[in-house]
Ligand binder design. Structure first.
Ligand code: ADP
Length: 340
C-alpha cells in the first residue's frame, strides 16, 4: 500500500528518518516469531471480515513497537491514529480520537503505561464493548450518555510492561514482547538502510556498525547516518571498514557500542568510587547528571553487557568493566577474594 493511503488525524510521531521505517510486514527484519503470530491473527481477522483484536507490545525503546503499529494497519488496509500516553491527561483528550474512529481503524497509544487511571477506565468499555459512557451536564441535570464506537483495534506500546494494571493488560488479546536483535538481523537492517540512504557499504562495514549498535535498530540507524555523514564529508562517499571505524572513533563509540556517557559512568564508578558498591545518587552527583537518566538510559545497557551489577549495597563494576576500560583492578585489602 502506498504511504499516503494510510490516512490519519494524528500522524506517526516525527521520526529521525521516516524513510527508514519499514511500511509493510515483509520489509521488517528479525522478530520472526512475533511477525508469524501477527500474520496469522491478521489473516484470520481479514477472512472473518472482523476487526483485529487489541495488540500490546512491550520492550525497550527502538526495537520496533511504532514500526509494528505502522505495518499492522497497512496489512489490514485501514488507517491509524497515533497518540502518546503522556499527552492523555484526562478522558477529554481521548474522546475525540475514539468518537472519530472509522470502522476497523487502528488507534496507537505509545507509552500506554503513562495514562492516568481516569483515562484507563474509559478505555475499558471502549476496548471491550466499543462504547464510552459520558456524563453530560452538571448537578441534578447530569446525565450519562452512551456513545457507540466503531469497532477498532487498540495497539498499545510500553517500555514498562510491569507498570500496566492487570485489567488493562488483560483487555489486549494479543501481547508480544520485543527482544533485542541478533547481529545478523541488525547487519541486514544496516545494509538495507544504507541502500535506502543511497550510500555504498560493504558487508564488513555493515557488520562493524551493527556490532556497535546495542542490538537495537534505532541505534543502528543513528550510527549508520553518522558514518554516512563522515564518509561524505571526510572520505569519498563510500563506507569502507576503515571509514566506518574512524567515524565511530570520532563519535567516541567503542567496540562494545558504549558511548561517552557510558564510559564516563564506568570511569566514575571505577576510578572515583573505587569500583563500588556505590549508590546511584552518588554516581549521579559525581557525574553532575540526574539519577533517573542513569538508571533509565545508561545502566540497562551496562547491565546487559555485564559491566556492572546492581547489588543491595549499590552499583559494582565487574572484572569485565575493568578490562574494558583498561583500568587496573585494585587489590582487596580485606584478604578476601574479589566478589565479582
Ligand atoms: P520503538 O517504537 O520500539 O521505540 P521504532 O518502531 O520507532 O521503535 O523503531 C525505530 C527504528 O528502527 C524504525 O524507524 C525503523 O527504521 C527501525 N526498525 C525497528 N524495527 C525494525 C525491524 N524489525 N526491521 C527493520 N527496521 C526496524
Amino acid at each position: 500500500m502506498p504511504r499516503d493511503v494510510i490516512l490519519s488525524n494524528n500522524p506517526a510521531p516525527e521520526d529521525d528518518d521516516p524513510h527508514l521505517r519499514p511500511m509493510r510486514m515483509a520489509e521488517m527484519v528479525g522478530q520472526r516469531d512475533v511477525i508469524n503470530r501477527l500474520e496469522i491473527a491478521i489473516d484470520a481477522a481479514k477472512k472473518r471480515n472482523e476487526v483485529l483484536g487489541h495488540v500490546l507490545f512491550d520492550g525497550p525503546p527502538g526495537l520496533g513497537k511504532t514500526t509494528f503499529a505502522t505495518v499492522i494497519p497497512a496489512e489490514m488496509g485501514v488507517s491509524v491514529d497515533f497518540l502518546s500516553g503522556p499527552t492523555l491527561k484526562a478522558p477529554k483528550d481521548l474522546v475525540p480520537s475514539l468518537t472519530n474512529l472509522r470502522p476497523k481503524q487502528v488507534l496507537f497509544i505509545d507509552e500506554i503505561h503513562r495514562i492516568p487511571k481516569s483515562v484507563e477506565e474509559y478505555l475499558y468499555t471502549a476496548m471491550e464493548d466499543f462504547r464510552i459512557d459520558m456524563i453530560l451536564g452538571e448537578g441534578i441535570n447530569a446525565r450519562t450518555h452512551t456513545f457507540k464506537l466503531k469497532p477498532f483495534t487498540l495497539i498499545g506500546a510500553t517500555t514498562r510492561a510491569g507498570m500496566l494494571t492487570g485489567p488493562l493488560r488483560d483487555r489486549f488479546q494479543i501481547r508480544e514482547h520485543l527482544d533485542f536483535y541478533s547481529l545478523d538481523d541488525l547487519t541486514e537492517i544496516v545494509r538495507r538502510n544504507a541502500a535506502k540512504l543511497k550510500i555504498e557499504i560493504d558487508d564488513q562495514s555493515a557488520t562493524e556498525i551493527a556490532t556497535r549498535s546495542r542490538s537495537t535498530p534505532r541505534v543502528a540507524n543513528n550510527r549508520l547516518r553518522w558514518v554516512r555523514d563522515y564518509a561524505q564529508s571526510r572520505a569519498d562517499g563510500v563506507i569502507t571498514l576503515a571509514v566506518a571505524k574512524e567515524a565511530l572513533k570520532v563519535a567516541e563509540i567503542d567496540v562494545l557500542g558504549l558511548d561517552r556517557q557510558d564510559r564516563k559512568y564506568l570511569d566514575t564508578l571505577i576510578r572515583i568510587c573505587l569500583g563500588g558498591p556505590t549508590g546511584i545518587e552518588t554516581i549521579a552527583a559525581t557525574m553532575n547528571t540526574a539519577s533517573d537518566t542513569l538508571s533509565d538510559e545508561v545502566e540497562p545497557f551496562l547491565l546487559r553487557c555485564e559491566l556492572i551489577l546492581r547489588t543491595p549495597r549499590g552499583r559494582v563494576a565487574t572484572q569485565k568493566a575493568y578490562q574494558h576500560m583498561e583500568l587496573p583492578q585494585p587489590d582487596r585489602d580485606d584478604g578476601q577474594e574479589p566478589l565479582f
